[in-house]
Write a protein that binds this ligand. Structure first.
Ligand code: HEC
Ligand code: HEC
Length: 440
């Protein structure tokens, strides 16, 4: 309930208004907080792990999971592992500027979505849910509050082991026929003896069980290995008072936070938690931002095809929830400056363009969307017309109209980029401190 009331999105604002009406009706005033206020970290299920980096060495299962994660022989092409798309040198994100990666037996089949980074978010992702405030309010709010959590841009997997089966079997990714084929490849892998040691000498006689154990090993690696959450960005050292931000980085941070001029932190949370845990720059909630259609994705040549995120076609269980069409999960912004593709459809290839889109989507729509026959730009052209009303138009900076001055000019954008670069991992504390003294 708190989450639904205090967030900063279109549906959250609606929720706030309706909820405020309900509490007034009931004669108590609970929520006078503006919808743009910094939202708290979402409540995590009891099984979640804290942010403190794991000092202990990985368990045997995680060590096995590491071998599996990097094993290209587990794909039909023989050339693709999890790490091919989730490159450890790129914060477990894509190693190139392709909007979507190629896969399949001949590596000639296009993916549907941009590869997300696997750093930081995984061990904090809540299971997918849509929260209701109460049974009475539920009737008013049915379907109107922002859903949260789950893995994938559409949140369709609740656990990492469920998720891991998808790329192994997807015809345009690692393209195995079935679980038995994957297990057969493991049987021939160099680490097959480790696999038997972990799960029993006869494990390969039961392919379904072997497959499930393999998925759990991948999950343990993703949750335990310190390389998924190093917390060694300049911003982390800044939070620990070990380094200060430059004036430009500070200006960028202030714009990122400012509810009147940027408001980014209302969804990309950037305050430490009560337990001192460092922020992850996501609230795991879903939004429709109206990112323009991307012609680099071949499926988009079919004018009737739309990737509508939460309501399908990849995700099936929310297909009837038309108010969710066009919504995707808020990604972490840690290491975002290292990416070469942005948003779920990889429409933008530089951080500058991604930020310009935020502040000019509504002030200069002709820049982002194609013109219709009437000479008016077709706004939100990657969402079916009947669902374009789902797009967020109430959260700053997405609130302006054509011809108005955007909230940020180019120099503001430079400042925010400078700030976002402080979220890159691998900051060398000592070298940079001594380096900064002598340099302008
Ligand atoms: C061909 C490229 C490719 C390969 C290979 C690949 N992935 Fe992914 N991965 C993606 C894409 C694209 C997404 C986003 C999918 C979506 O939203 O539907 C993704 C999403 C994920 C997510 C969800 C992250 C989040 O925060 O929601 C996890 C976890 C993940 N992959 C793990 C793996 C594992 C484990 C493997 C190997 C078994 C793997 N991936 C292989 C492309 C790939
Ligand atoms: C209402 C919630 C919300 C607000 C406010 C918001 N974002 Fe986002 N952000 C999202 C969502 C949701 C996505 C993914 C949308 C998609 O791919 O369709 C996203 C994606 C991004 C991405 C792409 C990251 C990637 O890995 O592809 C960047 C960069 C970004 N946001 C920066 C910002 C900045 C800077 C601001 C402030 C101007 C901001 N966001 C404000 C919700 C929000």
């Amino acid at each position: 309930m708190i989450r639904a009331v205090l967030g900063g999105t279109a549906s959250r604002l609606r929720t706030l208004l309706i909820f405020a009406a309900i509490v007034l009706m009931h004669g108590c005033s609970r929520s006078d907080r503006p919808a743009t206020a910094q939202a708290p970290m979402p409540t995590l299920p009891a099984t979640s792990v804290l942010t403190t980096p794991v000092a202990a060495p990985d368990s045997a299962l995680a060590a096995l999971g590491r071998q599996i994660f990097f094993d290209t022989s587990l794909s039909a092409s023989g050339q693709q592992s999890c790490a091919t798309c989730h490159s450890p040198d790129h914060a477990y994100g894509p190693p190139n500027s392709l909007a979507v990666q190629m896969g399949g037996p001949k590596l000639d089949r296009q993916g549907m979505r941009a590869v997300p980074s696997l750093r930081y978010a995984l061990n904090h992702t809540p299971v997918w849910s849509k929260a209701f405030v109460s049974s009475m309010a539920e009737r008013v709010l049915e379907g109107d509050e922002p859903p949260v959590g789950g893995f994938g841009w559409d949140g369709r997997f609740n656990t990492l082991h469920e998720q891991a089966a998808f790329p192994l079997l997807a015809p345009n990714e690692m393209a195995n026929r079935d679980a038995a084929e994957v297990v057969d490849r493991i049987r021939h892998a160099t680490y097959a003896p480790d696999f038997k040691r972990a799960f029993g000498a006869d494990i390969f006689n039961d392919p379904e069980r072997a497959f499930q154990q393999m998925l759990r090993a991948i999950e343990r690696f993703e949750l335990e290995d310190a390389s998924f959450h190093p917390y060694d960005s300049k911003f982390d050292f800044y939070l620990d008072d070990k380094v200060s931000l430059t004036p430009q980085e500070q200006r960028g941070l202030a714009l990122f936070n400012d509810p009147q001029r940027g408001n980014c932190a209302s969804c990309h949370l950037d305050r430490p938690g009560a337990d001192g845990s460092h922020p992850l720059f996501t609230d795991y909630q879903f939004e429709a931002l109206g990112v323009p259609r991307n012609r680099e994705i071949k499926a988009n040549a079919n004018a009737g095809y739309f990737d509508s995120g939460l309501c399908g076609p990849l995700r099936k269980d929310q297909a009837s929830q038309s108010q969710y069409c066009g919504m995707f999960k808020t990604p972490t912004l840690r290491n975002v400056a290292r990416r070469q593709v942005f948003f779920h459809n990889g429409r933008f290839h530089s951080l500058r363009e991604a930020l310009r889109f935020y502040v000019q989507r509504d002030t200069a729509p002709q820049r982002w969307y194609p013109l219709g026959p009437n000479g008016i730009e077709k706004k939100f052209d990657d969402i079916p017309p009947q669902f374009r009303r789902n797009v967020d138009v109430v959260d700053l900076p997405l609130t302006l109209s054509k011809g108005q001055a955007p909230f940020w000019n180019d120099s503001d954008i430079d400042d925010v980029i400078a700030f976002l670069e402080t979220l890159d991992d691998g900051y060398e504390l000592n070298r940079s401190i001594s380096g900064e003294v002598g340099q302008p």
